[in-house]
Write a protein that binds this ligand. Structure first.
Ligand SMILES: [Fe+2]
Length: 236
């Protein structure tokens, strides 16, 4: 099974009994995948505590934890991990079962074609320090957009799901928010992808707004604590 949840922000409790992974009394196996919609947060300050938590995932979790990057990640550190191909797309392998889904990739996981693209602008930059608590790489670069388009074209814009950190501009407006002008390139790009893939995409999941919320009848879904099963989505 594939499950998707919202930002975890280095909160290990989200992965403990009574929290995210047990919400639906799930029995997790090695074949299961949990995707976090950005701001995973466990690759940030490069402290022994962070390394211990990543080791804890590897030792204690039978399933695979995947994440797209949010704005609250240490992007240069993510880029230092080994780059591998996984289920048809590029990843950074953080631990045996902890995986960063790189931007603009289309993964084929358990028969589902999933477009993944993290990143967004930190609106709280004024309270952060460049190179310490936010990085310029939080915004996708031209090469990442180019790779995204190339990969989507390879699949004829035929994807089943999208997992991103921020959302298409139109969806942000539907949520009642004003899209941040700093993010227009990315949210506008997602809007383009949304329309190009409108005939095939069954669900689009994002985390940036820290709300569990359905838009357009649940086809677009903001996630925080909710854990959504893709199979359940298919049945609904
Ligand atoms: Fe967040």
């Amino acid at each position: 099974m594939i499950y998707i949840t919202g930002d975890t922000h280095r909160n290990i409790k989200r992965f403990m009994h009574g929290n995210a992974e047990f919400i639906h009394d799930m029995t997790w196996t090695k074949d299961d995948v949990l995707i976090v919609c950005g701001d995973f947060g466990f690759v940030f300050y490069d402290t022994p505590e962070e390394h211990d938590m990543l080791d804890w995932f590897e030792k204690n979790k039978p399933y695979t934890i995947c994440f797209v990057d949010g704005n609250h990640e240490n992007h240069p550190r993510l880029a230092e991990y080994p780059l591998e191909e996984w289920h048809g797309g590029k990843i950074h392998r953080i631990r045996k079962n902890v995986i960063h889904l790189m931007r603009g990739q289309v993964f084929n996981i358990q028969g589902h074609k999933i477009f993944a693209m993290g990143g967004t602008y930190s609106i709280d930059r004024s309270m952060r320090t460049l190179g310490y608590s936010y990085w310029q790489e939080e915004i996708p670069c031209d090469a990442e957009y180019k790779e995204a388009i190339e990969n989507l074209r390879k699949h004829n814009f035929n994807i089943d799901y999208a997992v991103t950190h921020t959302a298409p501009k139109e969806i942000i407006i539907q949520m009642g928010y004003i899209p941040d002008p700093h993010d227009y390139e990315l949210t506008g790009f997602f809007e383009y992808v949304m329309y190009e893939c409108k005939d095939s995409v069954k669900g689009w999941f994002f985390g940036h707004w820290h709300e569990d919320r359905e838009i357009y009848g649940g086809k677009f879904r903001g996630l925080l604590n909710d854990v959504v099963s893709i199979s359940q989505e298919k049945q609904s």
